[in-house]
Structures are given as C-alpha cells and as structure tokens.
Design a protein around this ligand. Structure first.
Ligand code: GYE
Length: 330
C-alpha cells in the first residue's frame, strides 16, 4: 500500500511538472530561410523549445519586415509567454517592440539586434559580434597574404554584402573597412549585396568578373554567398581558393567541405546555435532570475586549411578545418 502511494505521488509529481512546463508558449519570429546558418538556427531553437515540452509558435517572415511586424502583433494577441525575435533589418522596430513591452511579454533578442534595443525592454539578448567578425575576415586575409609573400602586391578585393540594412551586414562591412584601412595594398574595387543567399550572390559575382580585369580576393559576408560565387568562378575558368582568395563567415559544415576541397580559404565563425542560451534563460526567468540588459556574444573561432593564421587584433590563431569538421554541429 505504501509502495503504491509512493508510485502515485511520484507520478503526480512528474505529471504536475510536465503540465507546468508545457503550459509555456514560446513564439519565435524568424527572418526566413536564406542560408545554411538560418536553417541551422531555426532547427536548433525550435527543436530545443519543443524538446522542453513547451508550445512553439513559429513564424517565417520570408525576409519581409512587414511580415515580422504582423507576426509580433499576432503573438501579442495570442498572449504567448515569451517572444524570441531577430530582425531582418536593424531599424523600424520601435513601435511594434513597444507594443510587446506594453503587453508585458518577456522579449528575448537573438542574432540581429534591433537598433532601438536601448529604448525598449528586453529580458536577455544573444547575438553575433558582427563588427568583430568583419575585422576578423580582413585580419585573416591580410595575414594570409603576408604568408603567401604577397604583401607588397596591390590586390583587388571584391565584397559580397549581406542583406542591406541588416545588423549583420552593416557590422561586417564596418569591421572589414576598419581593418583594411591599415592594409592599403588590399584595395576594395567592388562591393554589392548578395542578400546572404547563394542564388542571389551568383549574378553579382558574375558581374564582378565581367566588369573587373583582376580579382584577387573575395570577402563574402556569409559562406552561402562564397559557395555560390565559387561555382561562378569555376565557370569563368578560374581556380577558386588559388586565383581568388575566398573568405566567408558563419562556418557551417558546407564551408568546411569547400576548405577541405581547396576551393575556399577561410571562414570566420558565427554560431547559429542559440538554443542553449534560450532554454536556460527561460528556465531561469521562470525561477525569477533577472538578467542585465546587455547583448551577450558567444565565443567564436576561425577555420582554414592549414591553421596558424592570426585572425584578430588580440592574436587569436586559426584552427585547421580538417581537425574539427567531425564535431561540427551545423
Ligand atoms: O551570417 C547569415 C544569415 O544574422 C548572423 O544571417 C546572421 C546572418 C548569417 O543568413 O548567413
């Protein structure tokens, strides 16, 4: 009899906990599906929310700000418990995020942080350090060029930019420009958006190749655009990774494959794996913990074929892609 009671009590406890946990509804306003990074980010965050037994309300805005605004207003009228938000562009969110605040729904900012972040309330924020990622792309390139013994040569650089007006593209452009100022031999001869997408980067790369006599370096704001450009470079009869030094950003497995194939030279890491922060934050908020209003940037590395290239002002050194590819999670 006592044993039965213990089992019933234990069952009630388990059920009680499950009921409580699944009572949470977590909404996620996602940008779209433009890249390997984005797919990994969606899978990671949505998978983790569901694995916790929480109800997920997911919206894919298909790169449109107005769709995100609509989604946020829907989340408010549904009375969700948490909102996860990343903005396709950085400006124009003031009004709708204030509405989220007025509805007193805890807001967790992920990835691209809106430029009005200081004027609104959010409970936690986790995003990439995009300016630093841009700097790293340029540092790696300058040091690689030096290793090749080409520092005295004038090299033409083209840039494939991310989505115009997005935090990630603005930051990376800024970081690249800042560092390249110190390397006048690396001359930016063209810079245009490829919207963070393989397909959209291809015609841009094609037009670069048609209009410029010589391209020595391609800096792509993400690896998808670098991978798209690699095909175009091959079609033009050039050897990617040799005739043109190619550096991207994100570090998904697809970029590692290109590095191992010798077609791409380096990738600066930008992790899409935010679920570990999201789940822990929500659990801690549920327990009453408060967070500082600050944006947390995850630790990130840089990967290339040989390793050993300095890629940051504080002397960080790249790792060999072949050594870490087996453990890549995205
Ligand atoms: O680099 C790119 C994606 O915002 C950091 O968006 C993200 C960027 C990422 O589509 O691949």
């Amino acid at each position: 009899m006592k044993k039965l009671l213990t089992i019933v009590l234990a069952l009630m406890l388990v059920l009680g906990m499950t009921v409580n946990a699944s009572a949470l509804t977590v909404a996620f306003s996602q940008i779209g599906q433009e890249s390997d990074w984005r797919t990994a980010n969606t899978d990671d965050v949505c998978g983790a929310v569901e694995a916790e037994g929480w109800t997920l309300v997911y919206d894919d805005a298909q790169q449109k700000q107005e769709n995100q605004v609509k989604a946020l207003r829907n989340f408010i009228s549904q009375g969700v418990d948490y909102i996860l938000f990343t903005g396709v562009v950085s400006s124009g969110w003031d009004e709708v995020l204030k509405e989220v605040n007025e509805a007193e729904i805890p807001l967790i900012l992920l990835d691209r942080i809106p430029d009005c972040a200081d004027q609104i309330d959010y409970v936690a924020a986790f995003g990439g350090d995009f300016v630093e990622e841009g700097r790293r792309m340029a540092y790696w390139t300058a040091n690689y060029v030096e290793k090749l013994g080409r520092s005295a040569e004038e090299l033409n650089v083209v840039i494939l930019e991310g989505t115009t007006g997005s935090d990630a593209a603005i930051g990376r452009a800024k970081g690249i420009a800042e560092v390249l100022e110190d390397y006048p031999n690396l001359k930016v001869v063209a810079s245009q958006t490829g919207n963070f997408s393989r397909a959209e980067a291809q015609p841009v790369m094609e037009s670069f190749l048609k209009s410029l006599d010589k391209i020595d370096v391609l800096l792509a704001h993400n690896d998808d655009m670098a991978l798209g450009a690699i095909e175009i470079i091959k079609n033009a009869g050039l050897v990617p990774g040799k005739d043109i030094i190619i550096v991207g950003c994100d570090a998904p497995k697809t970029a590692f494959d290109a590095i191992l194939a010798g077609e791409m030279n380096a990738t600066i890491e930008c992790t899409p794996l935010y679920s570990r922060f999201v789940v822990q934050t929500i659990k801690e908020l549920e327990e009453g913990k408060e967070f500082d209003k600050t944006v947390i940037h995850p630790e990130e590395g840089c990967f290339d074929a040989e390793g050993g290239i300095v890629y940051s002002a504080d002397g960080r050194v790249s790792e060999k892609a072949a050594d870490v590819i087996a453990d890549r999670k995205y």
